[in-house]
Design a protein around this ligand. Structure first.
Ligand code: NAP
Length: 304
């Protein structure tokens, strides 16, 4: 890693990798910093079937393809945990090093929201998992519970139903948040059951492993226990924006506010993908943001 780059991209999900592709292809000296594996949420997603031109692909494969393409024009890729970005576009890493970009693109995405109930943290890795694709195989022919009614919860339930004996989805309202076509697949799947109008109260364990979950009816407050070996909370996401807390670029929910060029109010500091304040969080919209940010950064840096 050197001290100075044209473009420093933080995060190697679809937004960051698209930004790297556009930036490096345009000739910008580009660095991608990532503190995990490249691909972002793609590597935790079983199948992607709404990325135009690709009928259906495994998330890990699309991640690999994007990474190879993004780094094929000399974009540098490095492990790096970013603690802070300042107004001068200096990027401070946890190992003490500092890099500067003429432009910075924050593409750090979101992290899974916790249920924050007793038994959750204690049983992480012992039956509680936030990644069906990573851990689903441990629950072959077992009973699992998925919490949440969004796209993530329902898509991952369909994946889990291919492995588990049964999947019980628990939602707190009587309607799902997920898209209609995913709901139809849930209704058609005999292994999937839905419990509506219940919230999780505590996760139960026995001999160091999850044994069940206690639920409460939101109307009657009656409680019931569902016996299960696995629990997958998919109750939404929160943005990874700790490193820009001091810049005054966040909305009240912690997402980054950007203009139509994906630029924050600080010239040269951009954000792209799930981390920005927007309606539609998809692979295709993340790629869109990354391309727009990198292209605008290119024009600004080159003065054209
Ligand atoms: P989401 O859409 O925000 O859904 C979260 C779900 O969890 C909702 O059903 C919500 O219930 C429920 N919930 C929240 N807090 C809860 C709590 N404390 N206890 C019980 N239930 C709780 O989150 P997501 O599914 O992770 O999706 C995030 C974004 O990524 C969305 O924009 C989504 O469209 C997108 N995404 C898209 C795809 C795709 O296009 N194929 C796939 C995955 C994700 P309420 O509905 O009652 O609020």
């Amino acid at each position: 890693m050197e001290r100075q780059y044209d473009l420093v991209i933080i995060g190697a999900g679809p937004a960051g990798l698209s930004a790297a592709l556009y930036g490096s292809r345009a000739g910008l000296k580009t660095l991608i910093l990532e503190n995990g594996a490249p691909g972002g949420k793609l590597i935790k997603t079983n199948k992607i079937s709404n990325y135009p031109g690709v009928k259906e692909i495994e998330g890990t494969q699309l991640a690999m393809d994007m990474f190879e393409q993004a780094t094929s024009f000399q974009a540098e890729y490095a492990y790096g945990e970013v603690n802070k970005i300042d107004e001068n576009k200096d990027v401070y890493l946890s190992d003490g090093s500092v890099v500067n970009g003429k432009a910075i693109i924050l593409a750090t995405g979101t992290k899974e929201r916790l249920l924050n109930i007793p038994g959750e943290k204690e049983n992480l890795g012992h039956g509680v998992s936030f990644c069906a694709v990573c851990d689903g195989a441990f629950f072959r022919d077992k009973d699992v519970v998925v919490i949440g009614g969004g796209n993530s919860a329902l898509e991952e339930s369909i994946y889990l139903a291919g492995l588990a004996r049964s999947v019980t989805i628990v939602i707190r309202r009587d309607v799902f948040r997920a898209e209609e076509h995913i709901q139809s697949q849930i209704e058609e799947n005999e292994k999937i059951h839905v419990i509506k109008k219940h919230i999780p109260v505590q996760i139960l364990s026995s001999e160091g492993k999850v044994s069940g979950i206690e639920l409460e009816n939101v109307d009657t407050h009656e409680k019931q226990v569902i016996e299960c070996s696995g629990i997958f909370p998919y109750v939404g996401q929160d943005p990874n924006t700790d490193c820009v807390q001091d810049l005054g670029v966040l909305n009240e929910r912690g997402y980054v506010l950007v203009d139509a060029n994906c630029q924050t109010k600080i010239p040269g500091i951009y954000a792209a993908g799930d981390v920005i304040d927007k309606e539609l969080r998809q692979v295709v919209t993340a790629c869109n943001d990354g391309a727009i940010a990198a292209q605008h950064a290119f024009h600004t840096i080159k003065g054209i």
